[in-house]
Design a protein. Structure first.
Length: 300
């Protein structure tokens, strides 16, 4: 009897030592969200501006795995996020938390309840889940299927911004384009657009053309910040987005998910067409944008 007891005791001691000194997390929180991974990913980054350590940005391994440092009172907690898509419209979120300064003490207290990391994690993740719920109620995405990107000649301003500041870049240059074209009697040929040239997803960085479709003529006005170009039609996946144009990129992620689920190779350089002027106000859920994600052809 003594030998099995010793073996069992040794196993328990090893397990305890592993939990206290090797296991990387102090506490784990899980919840399910009624949305696809893209909006969760972006909401984490926006939420970080409120609770994150100021000089420590969110790091991203990929769309589904992120890490951040959160200021919890006098402590700094490391949050490791794992996002798992369950269906087209639901995801499971796992948050693995570690107190960077008091990990051992928290691990000793967690089994008995009431540890500082447990209480802070529950409160913070609950606040995040509520913010996420509010956000996903403020937009809608409908996948249309295969279509063609618009074909038009356009005047544009080339911009490089963060993903979240895409709409701000449009607003900053709206009057420049509209006044230049109006004063020179250039005929418009459709609603404003953006054509993405480069999307660095891990850095949330965009290079894009903010465009006004126009009728081409021999006497187009010249301006140091304005150029002209044509976009040609190509096969694409199309979605309709309804909501604030600041977050129309949520439809990009929906199209990426759809393409992956259906084995369709795509080029992550979206084209957006905006049908409403936000300056006129109204219910944002009635603001419409059409989103196109080009399909990669075999001969490209």
């Amino acid at each position: 009897m003594k030998k099995p007891v010793k073996v069992l005791g040794g196993i328990l001691l090893l397990a305890l030592a592993g939990y206290l000194f090797v296991y990387p997390n102090d506490y784990i929180v899980r919840f399910e969200a009624r949305t696809f991974p893209g909006p969760i990913n972006q909401t984490i980054k926006i939420w970080h501006e409120e609770v994150g350590v100021a000089d420590s940005p969110v790091t991203q391994e990929d769309l589904y795995h992120l890490e951040q440092l959160v200021q919890a009172g006098d402590s700094v907690h490391r949050y490791r996020w794992e996002i798992e898509p369950l269906t087209d419209s639901t995801s499971r979120v796992t948050v693995k938390v570690r107190d960077m300064d008091h990990s051992l003490m928290n691990k000793l207290k967690v089994p008995f309840g009431g540890s500082a990391v447990e209480m802070a994690s529950k409160r913070y993740v609950k606040e995040f889940a509520e913010s996420l719920k509010t956000h996903i109620e403020q937009f809608r995405v409908r996948i249309v299927g295969e279509a063609e990107t618009p074909s038009t000649f356009y005047a544009y301003v080339n911009l490089t911004t963060s993903q979240h500041k895409k709409a701000a870049g449009m607003m900053d240059n709206y009057m420049l384009l509209s006044n230049l074209l109006y004063q020179n009697q250039v005929t418009l040929n459709g609603p404003p657009m953006i054509v993405v040239n480069r999307w660095e997803q891990e850095k949330d960085s965009l290079n894009y053309n903010f465009c006004f479709p126009i009728i081409r003529s021999d006497h187009l006005p010249q301006h140091p910040e304005v150029s002209y170009k044509r976009i040609f039609p190509e096969r694409a996946l199309k979605a309709e987005y309804y909501g604030n144009y600041i977050t129309s990129d949520r439809a990009w992620y929906a199209l990426l998910d759809y393409a992956e689920q259906n084995g369709i190779p795509v080029d992550p350089t979206p084209v957006e067409v905006f049908y409403n002027n936000p300056n006129t106000g109204g219910d944002m859920l009635n603001w419409k944008a059409e989103i196109y994600l080009p399909i990669l052809e075999e001969n490209k």
